[in-house]
Design a protein. Sequence first.
Lengths: 439, 721
Amino acid sequence: MAALLQHAGYEEERLLRVAQQMPCREVQAGMLLSLMGQPQQYSYPSIFIYGHRASGKSHVMHVLLKELELPHATVSCVECVSVALLFEQVLLSFFGCDAASLLPRSPSLSDFVRIYRQQCSQSPAKQTRYIVMEKAELLRDTDANLLPALLRLQELVEDNVTIILLSEIVWDKFRPNTGCFEPLLLHFPDYSKGELQQILSQDRHPSYTAEFYSSYINILLGVFYSVCRDLRELRHLAALNFSKFCEPLAEGKVKETDTHKLWRNIEPHLKKAMQTVYLREVSSLQWEQMQQMEEKESGALRGLSAHTHVELPYYSKFLLIAAYLASYNPARTDKRFFLKVDRFNFTPKNLLNHLLGPKPFPLDRLLAIFYSVVDNRVAPTASIFSQISSLVTLQLLTQVSHDDQLDAPKYKCAVSMDFICAISRTVNFDIVKYLYDFL
Amino acid sequence: MTTTSVSKGCFVFKPSAKKKKKTLSLEDHFTNGCEGADNSEIRFKLCQDLWHKIRADTEVLQDELNRKILDSLLDFTRKCSSTRQHSDWASQMRASEIPTAALVLGVNVPDHDMTFQSLSELLQQSVTPHVASVQAKECGALKHLMKRVLERLMDTVVTVDDEEEEETEQTSTQLHKSVHCSLSTLCDWYNAKTMKSKTGTPGKKRSSPVRDDPQQPPVVIIFKDLEAFNPKVLQDFILICSRYVERLPLMFIFGIATSPSTIQHMLPHSVSSLLCIELFQSLSCTQHLATVIDKLILTPQFPFKLNGKVMQVLMSIFLYHDFSVRNFIKGVQLALLEHFHSQPLSVLCCKKKEALLNVMQLSHHDLESIRHLLSFRRYVEKQEPQEQLNLFRDDTHLKEVCQKLIKDLRKYHKNYYPVLRCLHTLTSSLPRYPLGKQVRELHLICLEKNVWENEDYQTAMKLLKMLAKDELIASLQRCVEILQPVKSKKMKKALVELEELLAKFKQLDTVAAETLPCVEDCITSPVKNLQKKTDLFQLQKTLLEMNESRRAKKLSPFEVLRNEALEFIDGLVKSHLSPPESQTLNEVCYYSSSATVRRHLNATPRTSIQAALSSPYYYLQNESLKTEDGTVSNAAPDICIAYKLHLECGRLINLYDWLEAYATVVSAAEGNNPDSDNVRKVEEVKHARFIQAVSELEFLGFIKSTKQKTDHVARLTWGGC
């Protein structure tokens, strides 16, 4: 395997070490190496690497640059709230803090280029310098000139520098409509089942043999591979369930080699974990506690999504109900529901409004419905109004109009049908009777 | 002003320092406009003392209530920081997750501040000095959030050289400032910090024995109101933090008001998989309130009391509007202040000794007001004619009587609360809760009128008469526990009687064995008759007969005893649970003005505006504005006239008609004959005044311009004449 990673200009043993650290990515690494050329050679100005989450993009780049001791700067675009931070991190890792402090306040791209040139004339690159940008898709939201400029930074600064963009999105979604320099595209495909097995087997438990852990991973993948191929999630699941897997071993009932019995023991637990895959309902610590006490009553510890009940003040409940009605009933049907004179006859339209989602409604409609659904007379006090705004902060309602618009603000109801049914049950209000869709 | 100078000229008089600085103290505010000013100082002091005591007590209480959840949170942080250092396999696999506590606190957001306050204090004392809490409203964008976190973390320890940059950080476009606004700065700072403490003398640091690891204390970030945060900001922040989690032992605490599933709504899987979330649920606010009421209201400890209506107002604000215990206590404070402010006799609302002393110092004026008290007059009416005369004429005699009455009132309170609790323990387990689930509901019933005349009380008693033996014994046992610590004489006597009853119940076990078969006999025989074929009428008849016979049937010893016990309870209730209004001098302790409390705590802006517009006399107090009900004098302010006229219109108002009507009214007020010619033409001044009134109405939200019809405005309120 390591044979793939032979390249002139780098020491053999280093390449070997690199190869060990990234299983199943030798092809891509070899490709990258040949693109990069020998350290002192000029490299291609920009390389764009894309692939799904947890397909090893950052890891491969990190290992390569670190092990081969190439000058590089790694920047995560999430962290760069402003471009200034980006420029500064690059300058800092290439030329030290002095260079970074030369940048003026709110620097422009040309400031950056100027300082870069100034610095690199003092210390020209002996080896290719690499700038790695993680989550590069965020670059699209910054100034329009940033991405095109970065792609041909080599020309701009006249230095041996290469930009490597890492992203989960394909290049087609990046291309600015003014056109730009096309980077070299490199795709990191998803790991296959065998590869996942190989990678996951690497982090084995120190007190068990490699074969044992590998057989555990085999079982795990057998269960989860059909629903989840995310390496990170699988690793989380592996860590979560391993102690349970080892339990019969610790009790001395089974030998390490007796895979069948081990499988019989772990299978129900994996099935259970399957229900909450991706959800991270409970913390890993709680999961372990749960497994210990499960036979008795696992109902005691429930996941996050099980807690949907919200306790609200009495009038808040009615306000929420009124908001729900206002959001899901057409305004013209209000007369029919709340005037108590059956003058109109509508034919129901099969959940149409519920399929379309909540509609915005003005404040006075909300209050009008509120006063007709609440059973006793309510004075229009200040606290009724403040309850509306606290429902907004609790994200049970959303304000549609702008904050500044004091005159007739508009809202939307942001709760689900189940939620509102539960709420109206607590106040003995039959909401279904008032919903146009359910007539 | 005079000067000592003999020469003529200008003299500068600087205002004397004393005058200039005079700001009114609390006491001055209190005495100002206070009823019965002569003893206002004493009342102020009493009020202050009482309030301080109440506040201290509630704080202690709330600390206790929060203790459990705070302790478990502290344990969680400690455990997390200690597992980080362990190098076992499981914690290594988990190293990239940020430990997160989801703390569910309920929707009463104003109450959360105190919890978070004590949480961060506790954390700083026992786990880590690095705690930062952030609120959503100060973190609109990622950089603001970052800035707040850095500021608060580094501020706690380093201050001097950071101050400058924090000031300038306001404009984050400035490069040099935003350099520091990244987590790597924090990492460096943290490393420097921990290195220092490693090399420095360990004794110097605020190390408490609980702190298991002074070298690597976690960095805790508290998000006070998770729901209000912009999800994007939060996601980005978590992503950034996860990049540094290997170098920086970060930890989050999410304060959640609604339900934990909001985390899933706000964070996508790619973000939430970076967290290791554990759930903590705090006490519900209704339970919280129940405890506060239990310790604050339902106790003879505080002489100040709320009457039924005020309690009702405070409770309804809590249950219907905000769920906030803090606001409830604020309401109690308001009532307390109002009571001492407006009731001159509140000097007697204090501890027994002080009260007795204060009685002796009452002025003639105060005594006169005692004589006018409703409850006192009722008391006088019951006395002998000679005694009545004495009470009205002789001040010293009245003082003595007052002392006795004050003592009686105290005794009444001492007996009232234990009996209330006893009755509650008996009735709270009955089906459908005829007297309420919570003790506060029962309290409200008792405050209103004689509880034993209440229908629900009768049904409760009937239900109690059907109670099974073990249940009855258990609740009686609890009553004994309630009565045990009470010191009053009557309660001690009651306790003895109750214990005797209980003993009899227990003796019954041995006797019961013999009587049981006979009882079964009587019941089974009519049932046998039923086996025969009968029509519906017959069946009904037999059933009725059976019922009759069972009622008439001789009671078993248990039933006799049960009735005896219940009669005893009934007796207790009748002698001790009479409403406070029936007590003489209850006005001293009870605050009764529910309207004031309601007006202050639950303001009605709309109603006030409408009241001002429809009856301007209410606020302006100008005699010329006084009118009959429902009419507005034509001398009223323009806006009132315009308002009144607009009430007579439909949904759309023709502006010209409105103006005509307005001009007619106004010129009538000026004494012009409405029929004369010059009124026909509307004066410019009146026109302008009308326009102003209309725009004011628009500003207040009564009308708005409309495009449906030219020269018309739309009415926004409904109803009217």
